[in-house]
Ligand binder design. Structure first.
Ligand SMILES: Cc1cc2nc3c(=O)[nH]c(=O)nc-3n(C[C@H](O)[C@H](O)[C@H](O)COP(=O)(O)O)c2cc1C
Length: 228
């Protein structure tokens, strides 16, 4: 009887699954880790055009992310328009001045020293695109207009942003994750309903050469993992 089959086992045959032998699994994972080790946050961008399709494909990839009960609680606003980017920069730099001069603790400012950051955010205008990622706090039933719960919103959107940044990096673009705080001005400037909370702002484009980066190290495998 069909009804006795657990819901999780009902569904369609999955034709896209690709099975690799163990050697290929190791090679693929090693190559991927090496390519990801070359990702760094980029704070200076060249004025070089980037096809919009690269951004759309990165969002397509992010949109495949797992999410609580498949609610897909994300929205990606792509800002290419220079006038709008200038407005975003002005509003973001206002928040940044507040942050650097009043809100940030001494510990936080000290932790930021290696990054060499300050309240000036030229990347908001220089990068080819800004992608503002919004987290949908709750859904709206299209038929009844009632509120619908979204589950594990932060976790789901965090995974999607990881996939977005990964796709942009593997396409040869630099990215900067930027979080002006508070970010609600982005709802106003982009006319996005307030049930969508700004999550991160990703500036992306071709890095300015030569690429200058803060000298940071990443924790080792032994520091961040343990096999039980
Ligand atoms: C949630 C989040 C917020 C961040 N906010 C900022 C920011 O506001 N300004 C900035 O310059 N970098 C920001 N960064 C970038 C971090 O400083 C950077 O990822 C970190 O120093 C590690 O460097 P890497 O990305 O080159 O590995 C942010 C990163 C994350 C994940």
């Amino acid at each position: 009887m069909v009804s006795s089959i657990p819901a999780a086992r009902r569904g369609e045959l999955w034709h896209d699954y690709v099975c690799f032998d163990p050697e290929t699994q190791v090679r693929n994972s090693r190559e991927f880790a090496q390519r990801m080790a070359a990702r760094r946050s980029i704070r200076r961008f060249a004025h070089e055009p980037v096809p919009l399709e690269v951004i759309e494909n990165a969002i397509r990839a992010a949109g495949t992310a797992p999410s609580g009960a498949n609610k897909q609680p994300w929205f990606f606003a792509v800002v290419a328009d220079p006038g709008l980017r200038a407005k975003i920069r002005i509003a973001a730099e206002q928040q940044e001045h507040e942050f650097y001069e009043h809100r940030a603790s001494d510990e936080w400012l000290n932790d930021l020293k290696p990054m060499g950051t300050n309240a000036s955010k030229p990347h908001l205008e220089d990068a080819s695109y800004l992608i503002v990622v919004f987290a949908e706090q709750y859904g709206i039933d299209p038929e009844t207009g009632e509120k619908r719960t979204n589950y594990y919103v932060h976790e789901s959107v965090g995974i999607a942003v990881g996939m977005l940044v990964t796709s942009l990096h593997l396409s040869g673009l630099g990215t900067l994750t930027h979080t002006p705080c508070p970010m609600r001005f982005l709802n106003t400037l982009l006319h996005v309903p307030r049930r969508f909370r700004p999550f991160v702002l990703i500036a992306t484009g071709i890095p300015e050469r030569p690429v200058m980066l803060p000298n940071l190290t990443k924790k080792s495998l032994a520091e961040i993992s343990k096999i039980y």
